[in-house]
Design a protein around this ligand. Structure first.
Ligand code: KIV
Length: 307
């Protein structure tokens, strides 16, 4: 009897397979990834879509906002994530001002994330204001994921708060969702939108909505992987749930390692290699270790007492 394919054997996800999941009503789990080992692990876990988000700037590179992230940084991390995946569809974020200035530059940068970075699709922020850009990129054959509601690249205009609560703001989020769909996006991220509004948008659209802080009524969910894994000691957004506590696991491991090194019990016999003592004795007899010269060689390094 044939077994269903394990996540390890499943074929590479495509835009068509995401559309099939959506058509069957299967909820889509997406996570961000920024490096090879994490992408490899999430891919092995069977996560169908990985986003190389520009949250990279904050959670990996230590910037204060996503606005500082460059095309070079996005390309560097997209390549690593693509190398780590065999099955997941990789979406790369377009960084601030890499799109929406001129159609030519938007297209060129989107193309680079695919041709050089290896991504299958790109994501960009903005609804009505980005519709023309989405259309241009989609027409060139590049799949686009939209991103509306809270758009972090507009942090200096919008702040970082829930979008769409008032009548006007709610109407704008709906108009943005429709504009993104009509422009040809294959999916749209709804970030920090009230859950009822997100559910209503999900019902009206014909493409998957991928929520983050937008309630359970979306077609799928995306989370920042470092939030999911509890990797920060400082801050967890309200919409995130820790599925692991890696900060304390990594910290305890580093403390234990330091204690072992200090006590001289790492490396132990298992982590070391031995040679034939007779060979060593022979070598040492033929090659006297010239300690005076070794002391001489270390003279260039200033010691505390010399400073
Ligand atoms: O950059 C990112 O990680 C994102 C998600 C928050 C959707 O855009």
């Amino acid at each position: 009897m044939s077994q269903p394919p394990s996540p390890q054997q499943a074929a590479r996800m495509t835009i068509a397979s995401i559309a099939r999941m959506y058509a069957k009503g299967e909820r889509i789990a997406m996570l961000t990834a920024y490096d090879y080992p994490t992408a490899r692990t999430l891919d092995d876990a069977g996560i169908p879509m990985l986003l190389v988000g520009d949250t990279l700037g904050q959670v990996i590179l230590g910037y204060d906002t996503t606005v500082r992230v460059t095309m070079a940084e996005m390309l560097h991390h997209t390549k690593a994530v693509v190398r780590g995946t065999r099955h997941a569809l990789v979406v790369a974020d377009m960084p601030f001002l890499s799109y929406g200035v001129t159609p030519e530059a938007s297209l060129e940068n989107a193309g680079l994330l695919m041709s050089e970075g290896g991504a299958v699709a790109i994501k960009l922020e903005g609804g009505e204001r980005s519709a023309r850009t989405i259309e241009t990129i989609v027409r060139a054959g590049i799949p686009v994921m939209g991103h509306i509601g809270l758009t972090p690249q507009s942090v200096h205009q919008l702040g970082l708060r829930v979008q769409g609560k008032s009548r006007d703001a709610g109407r704008q989020v709906i108009a943005d969702a429709v504009a993104v769909e009509q422009a040809g996006a294959f999916a749209v991220v709804l970030e920090l939108v009230p859950e009822q509004l997100a559910a209503a948008i999900t019902e009206r659209l014909h493409i998957p909505t991928i929520g983050i802080g937008a309630g359970a009524g979306c077609s799928g969910q995306v989370q920042v992987v470092t939030d999911l894994l509890g990797m920060s000691a400082e801050f967890t957004p309200k919409h995130a749930r820790h599925y692991a506590e890696l900060y304390s696991i990594i910290k305890s491991a580093a403390e234990a390692y330091q204690a072992d090194v200090t006590a001289g019990v790492f490396p132990g016999a298992e982590q070391s290699t031995r040679m034939d003592d007779a060979i060593l004795e022979e070598i040492l007899a033929q090659t006297p270790v010239e300690r005076p010269q070794m002391v001489e060689a270390s003279r260039g390094i200033p010691l505390d007492r010399d400073l």
